[in-house]
Design a protein around this ligand. Structure first.
Ligand code: PMP
Length: 416
């Protein structure tokens, strides 16, 4: 049943104005890499619910698993009993978990990051956390305290944020690798003593802050740097994880094992599920009772995650990410060669960032709006002039090419 136009406009006006969105369209349906609005207009979805619909909208295997679980039990609570789906999911996730072997399930990325920060502080008995400028980790108090991808997320007057956040430049965005290494060394001489440092948290591919991959050599250096200072390395893979970059986790491609990893978004194809995954010797320092949450590890979401992994394994999703990522990169590089407004095209995989000349203020936003008007959902990223293209990981040639064509036309129109 669809609401009348009048009712929709009235309801939309009652939303908190603090929610910002790309488009005022009202969507009613999605299938694969496409969505439809209430007026029947079809759009290609390169936003994927912000990197969430990994197997596309309504993959039959995910729909079937959700239906089955919804008919088996309504809610099974992980602080009351074990439940079968969560235990099955641990078995399925462990082979991808880079040797980490303790799991905590929550519902959102921010909750997972909060859990990771708390765990690091408890395990080390230290409070300080180094995060990277341009990073995004969530909108809860603890995660906002380490989020610097844009001042708009704080919204002003948010109140005092938790103590203990220190910031270093992200390589490629705040300087080259050598400069970023130096800044880390200065940080423990100027801002926080190593003995007070619980963790360094990093997105291996910077997401909201601009879609910038950290060089693998920098990630390796960070691993050694953390070990030298007795700090834990937290990889926030909420956006880069669950296959988005062509490896299941981006750290895997760098050959780096974090101490703690956070994952969410594409993990359950759209159902609310996140996880903190940790080395046993770290997680096992926590006393019982300090980790929990009413809905964490929801059985329907766990069933969706298991079905998502089935799709990954049976349909070669990671191969598709690498193949389509390479095709998209090549098309976008052609656009770069034709259009001087485009200054950089970045991957890896289907975590695609396109950066425009920084003198063109507002360019990325205009491109995004032009795409929307022409049938493509494509988001901007960070305070720099960048768009991000994050189609479902199952995207096929036809949908990818059609979406990229709309994007290229939009860039050329705005540049004209
Ligand atoms: N960490 C990263 C790297 C993210 O990209 C996000 C969401 N964009 C979060 C944490 C927060 O996740 P959520 O919105 O599910 O709380």
């Amino acid at each position: 049943l669809q609401a009348s136009e009048e009712a929709r406009v009235t309801a939309a006006a009652k939303l908190f104005p603090g929610i910002k969105r790309l488009s005022e369209r009202v969507l009613v349906q999605g299938l694969g890499s496409r969505v439809w609005d209430a007026d029947g207009n079809e759009l290609i979805d390169f936003a994927s619910g912000i990197g969430v619909t990994s197997t596309g909208h309504c993959h039959p295997k995910v729909v079937e698993a959700v239906r089955e679980q919804a008919g088996l039990a309504s809610h099974l609570q992980m602080s009351v009993t074990h439940h079968d789906r969560a235990l099955q999911l641990i078995e399925r996730l462990e082979p991808y978990a880079l040797g980490l072997d303790r799991f905590f399930f929550a519902t959102s990325g921010a909750e997972a990051v909060e859990g990771a920060l708390r765990l690091a502080r408890q395990a080390t008995g230290r409070a300080g956390v180094v995060a990277f400028r341009g990073g995004y980790h969530g909108r809860t108090a603890g995660t906002l305290a380490i989020t610097t991808s844009g001042i708009g997320y704080r919204g002003g007057n948010a109140g005092p944020l938790p103590y203990g956040a220190f910031f270093a430049p992200y390589p490629g965005l705040g300087g080259d690798k050598a400069y970023c290494r130096e800044q880390l060394d200065l940080l423990v001489k100027q801002q926080v003593a190593p003995s007070e440092l619980a963790a360094v948290i990093l997105e291996p591919v910077l997401g909201e802050g601009g879609f910038v991959p950290a060089p693998h050599s920098f990630l390796k250096h960070l691993r050694e740097w953390c070990d030298a200072h007795g700090a834990l390395l937290i990889a926030d893979e909420v956006q880069s994880g669950a296959g988005r970059t062509g490896a299941f986790y981006a750290c895997e491609a760098a050959g780096v094992q974090p101490d703690i990893l956070t994952t969410a978004k594409g993990l359950a194809s759209g159902y609310p599920l996140s996880a903190v995954i940790s080395k046993a010797e770290i997680a096992d320092k926590q006393p019982p009772g300090c980790m929990g949450g009413t809905y964490g590890g929801n059985a329907v979401a766990c069933a969706a995650a298991i079905a998502t992994l089935d799709v990954f394994e049976e349909e070669g999703v990671l191969d598709n990410v690498r193949k389509q990522g390479a095709r998209a990169t090549s098309t976008l590089n052609t656009l770069k060669a034709e259009c001087p407004a485009v200054v950089d095209v970045r991957g890896p995989g289907l975590m695609l960032g396109v950066e425009f000349d920084k003198s063109l203020t507002g360019f990325a936003g205009e491109v995004s709006r032009e795409c929307e008007a022409n049938g493509l959902l494509a988001l901007t990223a960070g305070v720099h002039e960048a768009c991000r293209l994050i189609p479902p990981l199952i995207v096929n040639d036809e949908d990818l090419d059609e979406g990229l064509a709309i994007f290229a036309d939009a860039v050329k129109t705005i540049a004209d």
